[in-house]
Design a protein around this ligand. Sequence first.
Ligand code: FAD
Ligand code: SF4
Length: 470
Amino acid sequence: DRLNNNFQFVDVGRTDPDKKDILARKKQFVEIYDSYTPREAAGQSHRCLACGNPYCEWKCPVHNYIPNWLKLVAEGNIIEAAELSHQTNSLPEVCGRVCPQDRLCEGACTLNDGFGAVTIGAVERYITDTAFAMGWRPDLSKVVKTDKKVAVIGAGPAGLACADVLVRNGVKPVVFDRHPEIGGLLTFGIPEFKLEKDIIKKRRDVFTKMGMEFKLNTEVGKDISIQQLLDDYDAIFMGMGTYTYMKGGFPGEELPGVYEALPYLISNVNRCLGLEKASDEFVDMRGKQVVVLGGGDTAMDCNRTAIRQGARSVICAYRRDEENMPGSRREVANSKEEGVEFLFNRQPVAIVGDNKVKGVKVVTTRLGEPDENGRRSPEPIPGSEEILPADAVLIAFGFRPSPADWFEEVTIETDSAGRVTAKEESEFKFQTSNPKIFAGGDMVRGSDLVVTAIWEGRQAAEGIMDYLEI
Ligand code: FAD
Ligand code: SF4
């Protein structure tokens, strides 16, 4: 009966998976969303209208076959849904958890207008989680092996996606990463309350069984030279991310008690994973008055990590208004629920204190005229200075590209911002100025999203195969 009801979206409202109890959320480094039951997943999937021209697919950066797999879930065909989902996405269970769906697929859903968009992200996650639990694994038994092998530098989403497409086409990928686990920022950046690390461990196991080889704790340029890779492999893909920390450029930034966002988050991940090398690596916000500066995903992750560590208070100061925040709205809402106080239209001008941080001096801003990109810049209101008391300040202004010192040696060109030049429109997609080397993800686009890195890694794999005439 349910399957014959085309007006399911009227009878059944949008229901996100349940969230864990708020008291537990404030203490635990575990994912906050529960999973759907099979019945809930089918009911929510059946709300899809199966639009003739599905906008959700176009807005999804990897162009997932969304209405098709929603239909399969509504019918209970989880294995077929998993097969279909993996045709376009190398890490669907990750994207289902961390994509800003409100700006992407779900933002484009026809039902987003009043009825509530289909919960595309939660269903995408459900499909792979459930298929894996049922014992399903990608079937590579029909793949015809070639004699080609490709070195992939970086086991982040871009590198993994490139390796996924290569191995499914009979090319052997060997993935190098300086970290002890795969995932890039999925492991050493995004906290467990958005993405539990077991998900990545499971993926490493699945990818290894598919034929990918991982050489971890191996930094290219230090433990192995780029020339060695050029000599040993038929092509190279670089998915090395962006890691130059953006400073505020105001006085007091060097005071003890001021921390960069990523080392702070990584110190917490290392403690959770038992990877800490020395106990003084860990930055603990227990009992502290914390001020987080920034308004993107990294800032939200700092806010919520500090809450879970037992901070006395967490204030997040952002220089534009809530409407103009770059991060996912879902994570802003989750931060608020967990007790983060937001101060919008506040721009930091100095960090104050003698031998250690005592506070952050901010001015109130108003939004000026739109710039050439249509974004309104914040302008300080004279005489509006105030000091926010703080024992610890976390700076989360984002990251700039971090070109390697060996780029010149192998003639890799970058643009004026330091991003590697590699284009989707090239004869061989995402080829760099060195014909044997391809690149994608944050190091080409600048800091962006997991799903856009996956798209570029997958497209680059096609470029590599065309180049190798496979
Ligand atoms: P990365 O994930 O950065 O991976 C690059 C890898 O290359 C790293 O593992 C690095 O160790 C390795 N590497 C670099 N140089 C070398 C070398 N010389 N030798 C060996 N290995 C090397 N995006 C979302 O979509 N949703 C979110 O909720 C979200 N939250 C975020 C939260 C934080 C705190 C941060 C920092 C980012 C977040 N992002 C989020 C952005 C997202 O994580 C990135 O856009 C994405 O991971 C980029 O993928 P990538 O593969 O290009 O690079
Ligand atoms: Fe939506 Fe991201 Fe999944 Fe695409 S990959 S369907 S944008 S959650």
